[in-house]
Ligand binder design. Structure first.
Ligand SMILES: [Zn+2]
Length: 115
């Protein structure tokens, strides 16, 4: 059985009625979902953007992690800059400078990817 109730929220000083749907879980209990006022899909979270309450899809919100490089790539680029190497993960590294091998070795020898 699905229980439904309506909650009145204040969004930017304006009252918005949002339906809450409680669905039974397999191992007992229930889980509550918001019904998006815009697309009427059941969502765990609703967001306020532009004075409007809606789900992530309706607001076309995106995850920051989709646009951030992998930490290993960021670190590799930082090491390349330190070595004055051309940008690009596949670009060749410059020849080893004489008499600075211990410093270069220590900075390059650290693992880039932690598994
Ligand atoms: Zn929506």
């Amino acid at each position: 059985m699905v229980a439904r109730e309506t909650v009145t929220l204040s969004v930017e000083g304006r009252e918005v009625q949002v339906e809450v749907v409680r669905q039974p879980r397999h191992l007992g209990g229930s889980q509550a979902y918001w019904r998006c006022p815009k697309c009427e899909a059941l969502r765990s979270h609703l967001y306020v953007a532009g004075n409007e309450l809606a789900c992530r899809c309706c607001h076309k919100l995106d995850y920051r992690s989709r646009h951030v490089l992998h930490p290993a790539l960021t670190r590799a680029a930082k090491l390349r800059r330190a070595l004055n190497a051309p940008a690009g993960i596949l670009a060749p590294l410059p020849a080893r400078p004489r008499n600075v091998w211990p410093v270069v070795k220590a900075s390059v020898a650290r693992p880039i990817v932690n598994t």
